[in-house]
Design a protein around this ligand. Structure first.
Ligand code: C2E
Ligand code: CA
Ligand code: CA
Length: 716
C-alpha cells in the first residue's frame, strides 16, 4: 500500500497548523500592542495623577495663603507681631505645610512662625525669595520638594509686604507613587487574567484543531484511503474487497455504498466475463482457452518440481452421426451425458489435480497432474475406464445410441516439454486410436508423427488416383440361402498405389470421407459399376445379377444422389431393378423426414435401398417401420459373434423375424464359416455374403464364375 506523499491528512494538518500559527501571531501582536498601550496608559495616568495631586496642593496652598493674607492685613499694618505669630503658626501647623514666611515690602523677614524669629529684619536669601518679593499678584512657584504660594499684602494702595506659604511636595509624591503602583498592579492583574483567557482560548483552539483532525481522519481520510486502496485492488483484478456496511447518512456514506454496489457489479461482471471466456457454455466445463492457460501454468510447475504430467485426448467416435441424423439438440444431449460420464471417471481415477476441459465439438481433454514423476499408470487406468464408460449405450430422445471413444495419451516430459507440442501429440495419438479401430486408447510415440504425415500424403495421392487408373472395382458375390444361387454382388472399391501398394478400403475410404473426396469418387464408382454390370451374363437360372453399391453419408447430404443414380442408369442402360444402394443405417434413420422423401424418390427411380451395417448404431428395430427400405445388411460383427454370444444370435434372429414381418429382405455379411451360414439360413436370412462364400473378385473373374456350369457354393 503506497501512501500518497502529500495526502489529505498532511494537507489538513498543514492548514490547521497554518491557521494556528496565524492565530498565534495575531495574539502575540495583540499582546505586544497591549503592553505598549499599557505602558502609555501608565505614563499618561502618572502625569494626570501628579497633575491632580499638584492641583490639590496648589489649591490648598492658595486657600491657606489667601486666608492668611487677609487675616494678616491688620496685624501687619499695626506691626502686631504676636498676632502675626499666632496666625503664622496656625497655618504652619496645618498638614503638609512646610513653612510660612511673612515679609515686608522690601523682602525682609517679619515672621516665620518661630518664637524668636532668628532672621527678623534680614533679607530672605533662598532661591525663591526674589520672585516672591517681586510678585504684585499671587504667584505660585515650586522647587523639586516645595510648592510655594506667594501673595502680596496691601492696605489701600500701600503695599505692606507679602506672605509665602511653602507646601511640602514629598508626601504628595509618595501618595502619587502609591496610586501609580496600585494602578500598575491592577493593570498587571488584568493583563495576567487576560493572558489566562488567551492561553485557555489557544488550548481550546488547539484542542479543536486536534478534534477536527481526528474527525476529518475518521470521516474523510480513512474512507477515502480505503476507497483508494480498494480501487487499486480492483484495478489489479482482486475483487475480494469487503465494504463495511455503513449506516452513515452523509455523502461519504453514500459514496461508500455506491462504491460497494459498483465493485460488486464489477466483480459480477468480471465473473460473468470469465465464466463466458473460460467455460464451455454447453457442459460448463473448462474450455480450450482456460485449459491452455492452466496447462502452461501446470507445465511450469511440473518442470520446477520435476513432476510428470499426462494429457488424454478424447474424441467421441462417429459423433457427427448423432448430429447429422438426430439433430443438434440430441447431439447436445449426448455430449452432456458424455461430459458427465467423463467427469465421473476423472473424479474416480484421475487423481486430485486432474483437469477436464471440452475442446469444442466432441473433443475432451484431461490433464493428469498427480504430483508424481510417473503418471502413466494413472493415465492408463483412467483411459481404460473411459473406454468402458463411454462405450455403454446412451439414452437420447428415448433412443439407445451406441457410440465409443478414441483416446490419445501423451506424457510430459517424455513426449514433449511444451504445451503446443503436447497438445499436438495428444491429437495424433487420438487419431491413431481411431485408425486402430476406435473405442480404444493409444499412447503417443514418435512413429505416429509419420502416420499423420502418411495420411496427409494419402489424401494428396487419392486426389489424382482415379485419373491415373489406380482405382478399380471388385465384386463380392451375394448368394441366396434358399437355393444357394449367386444372386448379386456388392461393389467394392480398391486402390493399388504404385509405390505404397494395395491400400485398405477402411483406410482410404475414411480419408476420402474426411476430405470430401468421396463426393467425387462415389458417382464414378456408381457409373462404372452400372456400365460393367451390363456386360455380365445371367446366372444359371437365367437371372440378371443385381449390383449393390455403397453410398457414403456425404453423398446423401449433398442432395444429388437421385439424379446421379438416374444418370448412371440412363448412361449405362442398366435396368433400375438391378441396382441396390447400401446406405448406412445411421445416415438414414436419423433424419426420418429427409430419409423418407429420399427413399421415395429412389423407389420412384426403381432402385432398391438396403441399410448397411445394421445393428451397429441404433438398436431401433422399430424404425424399420417408419423408413421404407427394401433390405437390411446385418453387420458382420453380429455374424462373427453369433455362435458364441447368445445375445447376438437372439438379436440376429429378431432382426430377421422383424424384417420379414415388414416384408424387408435380410442380408448377412461376413459369413466366414459354414456354421454361420447354417445358422443364418435356418433362421430364414434371405441373402448371405462372406469369405466362406466368396471373396471380392475382379469383373473378369466374376464373369468366369457365371459361365455355364454348376454353380454351387465355393466351399462345396
Ligand atoms: P462394407 O460396406 O461393410 O463392405 C463389406 C466389407 O466386408 C468389405 O471390406 C468386404 O471385403 C468385407 N468382407 C466381406 N466378407 C467378409 C468376411 O467374410 N470377413 C471379413 N472379415 N470381411 C468380409 P472392404 O472391401 O475392405 O471395404 C471396407 C469398407 O469400405 C466397406 O464396408 C465400405 O463401407 C467401404 N467401401 C468399400 N468400397 C466402397 C465404395 O465404393 N464406396 C463407399 N462409399 N464405401 C466403400
Ligand atoms: Ca457395404
Ligand atoms: Ca457392411
Amino acid at each position: 500500500m503506497n501512501t500518497p506523499r502529500f495526502g489529505l491528512r498532511a494537507r489538513f494538518m498543514l492548514a490547521a497548523g497554518g491557521a494556528l500559527l496565524v492565530v498565534l501571531l495575531l495574539v502575540v501582536l495583540m499582546l505586544t500592542r497591549q503592553a505598549a498601550v499599557q505602558k502609555e496608559v501608565l505614563r499618561s495616568s502618572g502625569e494626570v495623577v501628579s497633575q491632580v495631586f499638584d492641583q490639590s496642593v496648589r489649591e490648598r496652598g492658595t486657600a491657606l495663603a489667601n486666608a492668611l493674607a487677609e487675616a494678616l492685613v491688620n496685624p501687619l499694618y499695626y506691626s502686631d507681631l504676636s498676632a502675626i505669630g499666632t496666625l503664622v503658626r496656625n497655618t504652619a501647623g496645618q498638614k503638609s505645610v512646610s513653612y510660612v514666611l511673612v515679609h515686608d515690602h522690601e523682602g525682609r523677614l517679619i515672621h516665620d512662625g518661630s518664637f524668636d524669629v532668628a532672621g527678623y529684619g534680614q533679607a530672605m536669601s533662598d532661591p525663591l525669595a526674589e520672585a516672591a518679593v517681586q510678585a504684585d499678584r499671587m504667584l505660585v512657584q515650586s522647587s523639586p520638594s516645595i510648592l510655594e504660594v506667594d501673595l502680596p499684602i496691601h492696605i489701600g494702595d500701600q503695599r505692606l509686604g507679602g506672605v509665602r506659604v511653602g507646601m511640602e511636595l514629598a508626601p504628595v509624591r509618595v501618595q502619587e507613587a502609591m496610586a501609580m503602583q496600585a494602578l500598575a498592579a491592577r493593570m498587571e492583574d488584568a493583563r495576567s487574567r487576560q493572558m489566562g483567557w488567551i492561553y485557555a482560548l489557544m488550548a481550546l483552539l488547539v484542542g479543536f484543531a486536534v478534534v477536527m483532525m481526528i474527525y476529518v481522519q475518521r470521516t474523510l481520510v480513512q474512507p477515502i484511503r480505503w476507497l483508494g486502496d480498494a480501487a487499486q485492488r480492483i484495478e489489479r483484478g482482486d475483487y475480494r474487497i469487503n465494504v463495511q456496511a455503513t449506516a452513515r447518512r452523509d455523502e461519504v456514506g453514500e459514496l461508500l455504498r455506491t462504491f460497494d454496489r459498483m465493485s460488486q457489479s464489477i466483480a459480477r461482471h468480471d465473473r460473468e466475463v470469465r465464466q463466458m471466456a473460460y467455460t464451455d457454455a454447453l457442459t460448463g466445463l473448462t474450455n480450450r482457452l482456460a485449459f491452455r492457460e492452466a496447462l502452461d501454468h501446470r507445465l511450469a510447475k511440473a518442470k520446477s518440481a520435476n513432476h510428470g504430467l499426462a494429457l488424454l485426448f478424447i474424441d467421441i467416435d462417429e459423433f457427427k452421426r448423432v448430429n447429422d441424423t438426430l439433430g443438434h439438440e440430441a447431439g447436445d444431449d449426448a455430449l452432456l451425458q458424455f461430459a458427465q460420464r467423463i467427469a465421473a471417471a476423472v473424479d474416480q481415477e484421475g487423481g486430485e489435480d486432474a483437469l477436464l476441459a471440452r475442446f469444442g465439438g466432441d473433443e475432451f481433454v484431461i490433464l493428469i497432474d498427480s504430483g508424481e514423476r510417473i503418471v502413466a499408470e494413472t493415465a492408463t487406468r483412467l483411459a481404460e475406464r473411459l473406454v468402458l464408460e463411454l462405450g455403454r449405450p446412451l439414452q437420447v430422445q428415448r433412443r439407445e445410441i451406441f457410440l465409443g471413444s478414441s483416446i490419445g495419451i501423451t506424457l510430459f516430459p517424455e513426449d514433449a516439454v511444451d504445451a503446443t507440442a503436447l497438445l499436438k501429440n495428444g491429437d495424433i495419438a487420438m487419431y491413431q486410436a481411431k485408425l486402430a479401430g476406435k473405442n480404444c486408447f493409444r499412447y503417443y510415440n514418435r512413429a505416429m508423427d509419420h502416420a499423420v504425415e502418411r495420411r496427409l500424403h494419402l489424401e494428396q495421392e487419392l486426389r489424382g488416383a482415379w485419373g491415373r487408373d489406380e482405382l478399380r472395382l471388385v465384386y463380392q458375390p451375394i448368394f441366396r440361402t434358399r437355393d444357394r444361387v449367386l444372386a448379386g454382388v456388392e461393389v467394392l472399391l480398391r486402390w493399388d498405389h504404385p509405390t505404397l501398394g494395395a491400400i485398405a478400403p477402411s483406410v482410404f475410404i475414411d480419408v476420402a470421407e474426411q476430405s470430401g473426396l468421396i463426393q467425387a469418387l462415389g458417382p464414378k464408382v456408381l457409373r462404372l459399376a452400372c456400365e460393367q454390370a451390363t456386360q455380365w451374363p445371367r446366372n444359371h437360372l437365367g437371372e440378371e445379377l443385381f449390383i449393390s453399391v455403397n453410398v457414403s453419408p456425404r453423398q446423401l447430404r449433398n442432395g444429388d444422389l437421385v439424379s446421379e443414380v438416374e444418370n448412371s442408369l440412363h448412361a449405362s442402360g442398366l435396368s433400375a431393378s438391378r441396382l441396390h444402394l447400401e446406405l448406412t443405417e445411421t445416415a438414414v434413420i436419423g433424419d426420418e423426414m429427409l430419409a423418407v422423401s429420399l427413399l421415395e424418390k429412389l423407389h420412384r427411380a426403381g432402385v432398391k435401398v438396403w441399410l448397411d451395417d445394421f445393428g451397429t448404431g441404433f438398436s431401433g428395430l422399430s424404425h424399420l417401420r417408419q423408413v421404407p427400405v427394401d433390405g437390411v445388411k446385418i453387420d458382420r460383427s453380429f455374424v462373427a459373434e453369433m455362435e458364441r454370444d447368445p445375445d447376438d444370435l437372439a438379436l440376429t434372429t429378431a432382426i430377421i423375424a422383424m424384417a420379414h414381418a415388414l416384408g424387408i429382405t435380410v442380408v448377412a455379411e461376413g459369413v466366414e464359416q459354414e456354421a454361420q451360414f447354417e445358422l443364418l439360413s435356418q433362421r430364414g436370412c434371405d441373402l448371405v455374403q462372406g469369405y466362406w462364400l466368396g471373396r471380392p473378385v475382379e469383373a473378369g473373374e466374376l464373369v468366369r464364375m457365371l459361365r455355364p456350369g454348376p454353380q454351387a457354393l465355393a466351399a462345396d
